[in-house]
Design a protein around this ligand. Structure first.
Ligand SMILES: Nc1ncnc2c1ncn2[C@@H]1O[C@H](COP(=O)(O)OP(=O)(O)OP(=O)(O)O)[C@@H](O)[C@H]1O
Ligand SMILES: [Mg+2]
Length: 372
């Protein structure tokens, strides 16, 4: 999968941008606040997803302009295709010239994986962000996971509401067992799908991290859930039985806390480098490398599903990384079209194959680069 050309009009500070990227690595460099992330975001919009940055849709339209337009030509599913999105006045979406109802109709046509500095929070912050990352990645390739997760969350919300009600209506106590049974089934389904994805993710992330660190460090991923390591191999009925047991054991705590304290809604991931938890002990560069390895691993797993490598959008990925790690990103992400933003031109010197662009005040121009 690759972006062949991009044209932007009135998109954030990018008044008029037209460019033809390289099939391999594209470096976009420039000072702060010149429009590099805006460019990455505009490419991402062609996937049909919402922006990876917070804000409203109208924030994407250049201040003072009536509309923003993103037009892309890309090669995917063995053919040349086009997608266009107009925001603001006369909003519209076209895929291969055919009018679509909304941008979500573009989903699955042009696929990207994005790394932005905000993704560092997967490594640095609370478990919720790690679950969101894991769940988001699984949803892309297993639509049935969306249903399972939704049903689990619904059942959990109902059980939590019941726990709160029990203070006033103790006679509802027996109803808890009904919700617990549902939660056992749905929880095990969520667990098994997460677990399967996790196994593949940890394999890829480990390999990528090893490449990033030049083989000097080892990344191991751990998945903490309701079940311990040796219980993971059990089949679904056995897992449900155990799950049920764990819910029983937690009942007193649940009633005291006023919510369900045990279940897959508390799952977490840990990232160990040389056996030490990267969240607590990792250096800035190690934490960034782990977040990047996870995102790239997500991209390679998506490749297994869609049969081609998604475009990798790496925003501000170079800072805090030493030259050998930068070199890995620039020259070893085989078979992927990559867009990398950075503030200085130093990485261009290391780029073996690709193209570099200079972003200044929302204008993009090609600059000295090496071609294959
Ligand atoms: N709707 C908009 N209209 C006009 N300008 C906007 C709009 N939205 C954002 N901007 C401006 O775009 C500028 C560039 O933002 P961007 O995040 O792309 O910078 P950047 O080159 O990635 O910088 P950094 O290196 O600091 O990450 C910002 O100064 C911002 O104020
Ligand atoms: Mg930026």
């Amino acid at each position: 999968m690759r972006l062949e050309s991009l044209r932007l009009c009135g998109y954030r500070n990018l008044q008029e941008v037209q460019f033809t990227p390289h099939v391999g690595v594209n470096i976009v460099f420039g000072d702060n606040a010149q429009g590099k992330t805006n460019l990455i975001e505009a490419i991402w919009m062609l996937t049909g997803a919402k922006s990876f940055r917070p804000g409203r849709e109208r924030d994407l339209i250049q201040k003072g302009a009536a509309q923003a337009r993103v037009e892309g030509a890309f090669f995917a599913q063995d053919r040349h295709q086009t997608a266009a999105i107009t925001l603001g006045d006369k909003r519209g979406v076209q895929l291969n010239g055919v009018e679509k109802k909304s941008a979500s109709a573009l989903a699955g046509s042009f696929c990207c994986v994005v790394f932005s500095p905000a993704h560092l929070s997967i490594v640095k912050d609370g478990p919720q962000l790690r679950r969101r990352f894991l769940d988001g990645a699984i949803c892309q390739i297993r639509p049935q996971f969306i249903t399972a997760l939704y049903q689990y969350r619904q059942a959990l919300a109902q059980k939590n509401a019941l726990i709160k009600d029990l203070y006033k209506n103790a006679e509802l106590y027996d109803l808890l067992a009904v919700f617990d049974e549902k939660l056992c089934q749905l929880g095990v389904r969520v667990y098994q799908m997460r677990r399967r994805y996790f196994a593949a993710l940890s394999n890829w992330a480990g390999q990528i991290y090893s490449g990033l660190s030049g083989g000097r460090e080892t990344l191991t991923l751990c998945y903490d859930s309701v079940f311990s390591g040796d219980e993971q191999a059990l089949d679904a009925p056995q897992l449900q039985q155990l799950y049920s047991q764990r819910l029983q054991e937690a009942k007193k705590d649940d009633l005291r806390a006023g919510y369900s304290t045990v279940g897959v809604h508390r799952d977490d991931l840990r990232f160990l480098i040389g056996g030490l938890d990267c969240r607590l002990y990792g250096s800035q560069g190690q934490q960034r490398s782990v977040a990047l390895a996870l995102k790239l691993a997500e991209g390679y797993l998506l490749r297994e599903f869609i049969g081609e490598t998604p475009v990798m959008l790496l925003d501000d990925v170079m800072s805090e990384l030493d030259p050998s790690r930068q070199n890995y990103i620039l020259n070893h992400l085989e078979d992927a079209q990559v867009f990398i933003t950075c503030c200085d031109r130093a990485p261009i010197e290391q780029l073996l194959t690709g193209r570099a662009f200079y972003m200044k005040s929302g204008h993009l121009e090609p600059c000295g680069s090496e071609e294959d």
